[in-house]
Design a protein around this ligand. Sequence first.
Ligand code: ZN
Length: 321
Amino acid sequence: MNELLVFMCDGAPVRGEIVSIGTAWQAVLERRNDPPAIRKILGDFVGAATLLTASLKFNGTLIIQAQSKGPIQLLVVECKSDLSMRATVKLSVDPSKISPDASLGELLDANNTGRLVITLDPADREPGQPPYQGIVALQDHQGTVIKPVTSAAEAIALYMQNSEQLETRIWLSSNETHVGGLLLQRLPDSGGHAHLDPQVAAEGWSRIQTLGETITSEELLTLPPATILRRLFLEESVENGVRSFPPRPISFACRCSRAKVADVLRMLGQDEVQSIIDEQGIVETFCDFCAKPYRFDAVDCEQVFKTDLLSDATRPPSGGH
Ligand SMILES: [Zn+2]
């Protein structure tokens, strides 16, 4: 099961999403060797990335990056509008030193240095035009009280509150084989639900949240989205009906290529690359996301820098990739 279901409520100003990811998540894990506490956090962010991507009217790539001076140096999840995704984590400590019960706050140093960067990179972005970025400190400031964020769901909800200005609730769960998630978003009263009395709308949002709160991790990890939807909203009456749209498939897909690795070598510079060749006879690198190996021998490297000598005038147009 790799799918995401979008639903709308007729009797409440709510749009919701339920996601269930199985083999696509296993495809991420089988290429990696992360300790359990890290897999859990990565899984939750994979769920969050698919839910966020599907909630935005946008064609491009959504990138969730968590950075800290804690054990997780960098965590990246990318999800394209077609819901193909990839994910990676870079640790700054020996993985065997990470306790299975380590919390997100500890791993991402939420007290101090941790932050979340969410980037929306449109497919049709003009060269030179920066992508949209939102940055969230991993602390929840409630008046003078500052408390560290303790879960991926909490971090994403904070981001949504700050950027989308829409009240959002999110529930995430992940294990060794599955990722599951539920997102509820309150739509503006002025939108398609303008027919609802403000008080009815407020009560509807509150009622749907209460139903959402009954979701369990077990259900998120084991049931297909359509079954979860039926279970959650069994009590909504016919006139308050919940409508769902055809489920959207989710897949694992890496976008690495030999050409992109060659670009990295060019950025390193010919002297640096030559010194690696002198020392090791070959430049070998592995994709951070899918672990695919890329090998460049002396002749390949020579070719890489020859290409770079072409002036822009003689280089074929890049075609906007
Ligand atoms: Zn790759």
